[in-house]
Every structure is written in structure tokens, then in C-alpha cells.
Design a protein around this ligand. Structure first.
Ligand code: FE2
Length: 321
């Protein structure tokens, strides 16, 4: 346990996860912005996504979230639709309403890196919410105008380790990857945080296992990611991208963490199982290790509000302690 940790944060922590809010509007997009893959994405928004991802649903989520007052909030990607500069600005403004950058952590999704775009007008706007900010853990560097993941943010007994799986892909594909360099650094961060007995939560957009999303949406180097986690350890993986709930153990070993996906934060629910939810994880250190309770908050269209749907005790890997 780090010595400088405030007493009241040593043994318990409350973390909220939401994902895939797709909160930006394309109502006033310009034709010249819609070249290549973005033209297809705009059509998809016009025909389908515009009716599904609703500002009123996301507003109801934020209201409920503020009532819950979690210690920290994580957003596992896809804040935008096409990754356009004005969408990054809208998302930045929304992040400010959610909380300060010390209480909110973001990792990007494939929609945020929809096509290869100007760095200056995109991710730097979210940098305060993405960068490492724990003394002695400067894993984030800036090179060539880009922020390099993994990020590390230590809050109470938790190490929030963000990785980026977002990269541009060809039309009709929504794949992601981490790449060899990020995977190498991830191993170092996991090892260091494990030595400090922190509860390691990896934040990523794409699910780290095959079968959760279709082939065209997969994480191409998921096997390499799982090998790094198997070697260095992690206690929990949180992801988005699938727009539905998912609980899968990373490997069959008892030391293997759960990978948990959450539906989109703004989905009205036209698809079965796709209606908006968010998760609250209550982590408590006990004499036997960690206790992790999940509370699911789901959107009720009839009441236009989010309601808790009970609490579930989650398995924590045996080597966590
Ligand atoms: Fe996605």
C-alpha cells in the first residue's frame, strides 16, 4: 500500500464505468468533412445511430451518476461518431460537466480515431482526462504530437491503467490493436503496480477476447494482450465497444481477471440487450483480500431515469491482495 495514501481511501473505493456515449451531433456537419469512410459513417448515423444514441438518455445517466457520487468515473471510449474536430470539442465540454480531470479517466475508441486525422484538433483536447498523473509513474510521454498509452492514474488502492486500442481502419471495419510497444510498456506498468499491491484495473475500448464482437470489430492482437496479463497480472479489465453487457474470465486460471463490458451510455434500446446502462464497482479490502460488488444502473424509458438493478458480488483473482 503506498504510504502517502489518504487514510479514508486505503481500504475502499467506488468506481463508475460508462462507455460508448457517442454524444456528439452530426446535424450541422459539412459535406467537405464527409470524405471516404466518414461518408459511410454519416449515412449509418443518419439511418440508424441518430435514433439510438439519445442526448436525453445520456443526460439521465449523468443525473443519476451525480447522485451516486462515485470516487472516480471511467469512460471506455467512443465519445464521438466520426472523430471530427467539432465532436472532440463537444465531448470535451461534456467531460467538464461530468467532473474534473482528476475524477474522470478516458480511453479512446475506434470511432474517436475513425480516420487518420490532424492530431492538433483531436485528442489533445481530452489530454487532461487521459494522461498519467501519479508522481513517479510518468508512463505517458508525448512524441510526434501524440499521447502514448498506457496511462497510469493511482486513486486510493486502485491503479487505473488505460490502454488505447483506437486506430483508423478500412471502411466496414472497426478493429483495434495495441501494438508491440504499448504491450511492452503495459507489462512494465502492471508489474510495478502489482509490486505496490494496487488493485489493477485495465481500461480499454475493444473486448480482449474473441467472440464478444464480430470479426470485423475485433482486437487484432488480443492474444498478445492476454499473454501480457497472464504474465504480469491484473485484477479487472473494463471495456466497451460491444454495446451490451459482457462478463468473461480472461483465461481459465483462478488468477485470471474478469473482463467486463457495459452497454452504450446513450442507447435508447432498439436492440435487445442494448439499452443504456452503467456500472458502479464498490471495492473493499477485507482480511481475506478484496471484495468487489457490482451495481448495475439501467435506463427506464418510461420514467426517463436510471434505476439500480441489484448488486452482484464479483470474483477477484486469488493473487490480488
Ligand atoms: Fe467501438
Amino acid at each position: 500500500m503506498p504510504k502517502d495514501m489518504p487514510k479514508d481511501m486505503k481500504d475502499s473505493f467506488t468506481l463508475a464505468q460508462l462507455s460508448d456515449p457517442h454524444l456528439s451531433s452530426l446535424e450541422r456537419v459539412r459535406k467537405r468533412d464527409l470524405l471516404g469512410k466518414r461518408a459511410l459513417g454519416y449515412l449509418s448515423w443518419l439511418v440508424n445511430r441518430r435514433a439510438e444514441h439519445r442526448v436525453e438518455v445520456l443526460a439521465a445517466l449523468v443525473r443519476d451518476l451525480h447522485c451516486q457520487q462515485p470516487d472516480h468515473i471511467v469512460i471506455t471510449g467512443d465519445l464521438t461518431h466520426l472523430g471530427l474536430p467539432h465532436e472532440f470539442e463537444e465531448a470535451k465540454d461534456w467531460l467538464c460537466t461530468l467532473g474534473s480531470s482528476s475524477r474522470v479517466t478516458v480511453v479512446p475508441g475506434n470511432h474517436d480515431a475513425y480516420v487518420a486525422a490532424s492530431w492538433d484538433r483531436s485528442f489533445p483536447q481530452w489530454a487532461p482526462y487521459m494522461i498519467s498523473d501519479s508522481d513517479g509513474h510518468q508512463t505517458v510521454t508525448t512524441s510526434g504530437g501524440g499521447t502514448t498509452f498506457p496511462s497510469l492514474r493511482i486513486r486510493g488502492p486502485i491503479a487505473l491503467i488505460g490502454v488505447s486500442t483506437a486506430r483508423p481502419s478500412a471502411p466496414f471495419l472497426a478493429v483495434g490493436s495495441l501494438g508491440a510497444s504499448q504491450l511492452h510498456k503495459l507489462g512494465e506498468v502492471l508489474e510495478q503496480a502489482g509490486r505496490e499491491q494496487l488493485f489493477r484495473i485495465v481500461l480499454m475500448h475493444h473486448p480482449p477476447l474473441p467472440g464478444i464482437v464480430r470479426w470485423r470489430k475485433r482486437l487484432t492482437d488480443s492474444a498478445h494482450f492476454r499473454a501480457v496479463v497472464a504474465r504480469y497480472g491484473a485484477e479487472l479489465i473494463l471495456h466497451g465497444h460491444a454495446h451490451r453487457t459482457s462478463f468473461v474470465q480472461l483465461e481459465t486460471s483462478v488468477e485470471s481477471p474478469l473482463a467486463i463490458g457495459v452497454p452504450s451510455a446513450s442507447a435508447h434500446g432498439r436492440k435487445k440487450g442494448g439499452r443504456a446502462q452503467y456500472h458502479i464497482y464498490r471495492l473493499t479490502r477485507t482480511s481475506e483480500g478484496w471484495q468487489l460488488l457490482l451495481s448495475v444502473h439501467a435506463y427506464s424509458p418510461a420514467e426517463d431515469r436510471f434505476k439500480p438493478q441489484g448488486e452482484t458480488r464479483l470474483r477477484v483473482p486469488s493473487r490480488a491482495g
